[in-house]
Design a protein around this ligand. Sequence first.
Ligand code: SF4
Length: 112
Amino acid sequence: MIELEDFRDQGKCGPYYAETGKDHWFGPREDSLDAYDNITSTRERLNARRRDRDKAKALCAICPVKALCLQWAMENREPAGIWGGLDVAERTRLKNQMAARAAMESSERIAS
Ligand code: SF4
């Protein structure tokens, strides 16, 4: 079992947050635009949220502890934020794909 302390200090997100004060990983909830109240146009708010999430994912993509981070989030069923480059919906899809694959492999073993 991976612990947060095993990787957190080596991630790209910490230094970025320390430098900019912007938490694009846990920023606005995925179904909310509340953090962008200062932007009046809904389209611009959506674009701003997308840019922030893309920035987080771009840093995750080059993060040296990406795999550990994603594994931790999966093991702990982390319900929010971007971890290892994946948001909640993407982690849910990955979990479902892994479960389906495990079930298929299990049925193949039983059949053989
Ligand atoms: S993969 Fe992303 S969220 Fe995880 S430690 Fe690295 S930068 Fe942070």
